[in-house]
Design a protein around this ligand. Sequence first.
Ligand SMILES: Cc1ncc(COP(=O)(O)O)c(C=O)c1O
Length: 364
Amino acid sequence: MTSRIPFLDLGRFSDDVKKDLVQKFKQILNKGIFSGSDEVFLLEKQLGEYLGAPYVVSCANGTDALEIALRAMEIGIGDEVIVPAMSWVSTAEVVHLVGAKPVYVDTDGDGLLDLKLLDRAYTPMTKAIIPVHLYGKMVDMDPLMLWARSHNCKVIEDAAQAFGAFQERISAGMYGDIGCFSFYPSKNLGALGEAGAMVCKDASVAEKLKMLINHGQIHRDQHIMIGRNSRIDTLQAGFLNIMLPYFDDWQSKRKLLAQIYKSQLGDLNWLKLPNDLKSTSHSIHLFVIKTVFRDQLKAFLHENHIDTAIHYPLPIPYLKPYKVTCEFPKSLKISKEILSLPLNPWLSEEEVLRICEVIKKFKV
Ligand SMILES: Cc1ncc(COP(=O)(O)O)c(C=O)c1O
């Protein structure tokens, strides 16, 4: 019987990685320190070096990172924040959580915030913009920053899907005032549970972020603002310290597999493949194809034992709690056509070839 190709199976970590993770768990268990500690300092140091970030503040998850970044920028009631219509729900959720109003902007052909629509979205209440590097592809950050600065807007980059993407040698997350990462297990750099981080270039912003994740404390029991508990778990920091040295090899494998998809599927005229995958400004978090036959193709792949996913079936402003009166035709069209094919470092080249063979057999 043909074996199923999962969309992502994290049980497939190599034996080396598994051994290192078990070792790290034992070390931390024996030390008996499960909050803070040198694992967290080491993670922040290593992330800073990898990303070229002078300041890294780790936290509990990517959603918290975005919300805390908004709080650090003092965005709140009465403010508007520009967000793309197409993203994971966290991007807009956090704007509501701080009491501000998300103003949605339709996306371009790649699902990224369409910079040409920013002027239309702007009002005197606009205080920030959250560009999302969706699927790992970076938004064109130079023009976005120019626009934001000329409109006196803070920029909080949602780089949750873009760890490992660099534009002009600048990492995703390092253009704006604060960059936010998620280390959710399915991300390119994923923990074994929930984790996230914020990066910035300004020491005073970093101090504020540190206080916000730790009950507003400047030192133990000195609470100088209202914060919360969003500290990273020591175990997750320890696991991420194990994963980071493997990251570049994992990225190379992603690029290799993406190349196989491109060369095998490039001639199918009913299918649109993602672009810019070779460029450094794409982390290839997801391999998202587009076709008007999306639902039929998904079902056909499923029948042939291949799992796929949809990121995302509805743009945020079409979800019930986020409903607005405007229309976002491009995002809506994309949401009906997109299909994420399996792409991760634990897939074999043979599996990707098998997926391509099945797609080639699909009758349109
Ligand atoms: C674009 C985007 N923003 C924010 C998040 C939130 O990250 P987390 O799941 O770690 O809270 C995610 C993660 O799924 C994401 O993909």
